[in-house]
Design a protein around this ligand. Structure first.
Ligand SMILES: CC(=O)N[C@H]1[C@@H](OP(=O)(O)OP(=O)(O)OC[C@H]2O[C@@H](n3ccc(=O)[nH]c3=O)[C@H](O)[C@@H]2O)O[C@H](CO)[C@@H](O)[C@@H]1O
Length: 360
């Protein structure tokens, strides 16, 4: 290829990790890549991926906030045009979230073909905004809803690329009676797990509680009180506001209790781990419930809506699962069947094909 592939992504880890996975897949083929992101997204970019930070905002909230969001998107658009002039990309891949809107629109304005990747089981609002200018959408779920029905918008299902390290290995043979639980709240943590998990474990039968090895991600402001709650139960728990070794921790977990953000889900499937999923109830268009449903329906996870997540209910679910290793095994097998370990490579194929088609 004569120019780089532009990758546009920003905001949370859920948008950045799949974007970076595509970047790595392309770099692995010797293809140059350039990334446009926002301030928040830049925190996730490491290594030697060329990256430009542009202004972005969300046109939502009060009337004043909407106007401010639009002004920021317009600034980001002008900044992105500058990047496109300098870098001359041959195709662009956009990963949703308002942070990728300016770059995707600037690419389309310059005639650069755009592919949109949707991580969730509901097509996102920012993606709907740029879909009119895109040539192709790559979905993570077969049954994604709200995909714009434009006859000339190509649609493929690639899955959601995961970071390196999420490669299924044979489950380690266990000789002990320990039960390893990993609690993850998404890239920003989840307060509800800080409130409910310690209270649920307090209700667990003492012989089951004694078998637990627990690691839990907490929001920074919750760490002290959660540590205290577990100390009161005599439990030695590993707590962190962000674990940097999720692949190893998830691979070793007998059960993962988590939000159902798209990356977390793709990772659970890639590592074939059983999970209890509590969708974030305020996610746009309730997409986390749609994500979790896909796993629940296939028998790979238990979906527990947040209003049902009481300490009593969680204790009961845990007790049931800890007593039923066959069920956990079946959930792991179902997760494995849903996994798409070649998502990054398939996405790389698609964006390179788009670039080749557009070549004069
Ligand atoms: C609140 C919200 O709206 N979140 C959205 C956000 O992702 P959000 O970042 O919240 O959630 P995701 O599950 O997609 O990604 C979280 C990532 O953080 C990693 N992690 C988490 C905890 C930790 O201690 N260490 C760590 O590395 C996970 O392994 C995962 O890779 O964008 C996703 C993709 O559009 C959506 O599906 C999510 O619904």
């Amino acid at each position: 290829m004569t120019g780089p592939i532009l990758i546009a992504a920003g905001g949370t880890g859920g948008h950045m990790f799949p974007a970076l996975a595509l970047g790595q897949a392309l770099a692995g083929r010797g293809q140059a890549v350039t990334l446009i992101t926002d301030q928040r997204g830049a925190r996730y970019v490491g290594g030697d991926l060329p990256c430009t930070v542009v202004t972005a905002g969300s046109p939502s909230g009060s009337a004043a906030a909407k106007v401010q969001g639009l002004v920021r998107l317009a600034r980001g658009f002008v900044e992105s045009l500058g990047v496109l002039r300098r870098k001359r990309p041959v195709a662009a891949a956009a990963f949703g979230g308002y942070a990728c809107v300016p770059a995707a629109l600037a690419a389309a304005a310059r005639g650069v073909p755009v592919l949109i990747h949707e991580q969730n089981a509901v097509f996102g609002r920012a993606n709907r905004l740029i879909a009119s200018f895109a040539r192709e959408v790559a979905l993570s779920f077969e049954a994604t809803s709200e995909v714009p029905a434009r006859a000339d918008l190509r649609r493929i299902v690639t899955g959601n690329p995961t970071r390196p390290g999420f490669t299924a290995a044979a489950a380690p043979a266990r000789s002990d009676n320990r039960f390893r639980v990993l609690v993850l709240g998404g890239s920003q943590g989840a307060r509800v797990f800080s409130d409910v998990v310690p209270a649920a474990l307090a209700r667990l039968a003492p012989e089951l509680r004694a078998r637990l090895d627990l690691a839990q991600q907490c929001r920074p402001e919750d760490l002290a009180r959660v540590r205290e709650a577990y100390a009161g139960l005599g439990l030695d728990v590993e707590l962190a506001s962000f674990f940097s070794d999720v692949p190893a921790r998830m691979a070793a977990a007998d059960l993962v209790i988590a939000r159902s953000g798209a990356s977390t889900i793709a990772e659970l499937l890639a590592l074939a781990r059983p999970s209890l999923l509590v969708p974030y109830p305020h996610a746009a268009d309730d997409h986390q419930t749609a994500n979790a449903r896909a796993l629940d329906a296939a028998g790979a996870a238990v979906l527990l809506p947040q209003p049902a997540l009481t300490p009593e209910r969680l204790a009961a679910e845990l007790e049931r699962l800890m007593h039923d290793p066959d069920r956990l095994e079946a959930m792991a097998r179902a997760a494995h069947r849903l996994a798409r370990p070649d998502a990054a490579e398939r996405l790389a194929d698609a964006v390179l094909a788009l670039a080749a088609e557009a070549r004069p």
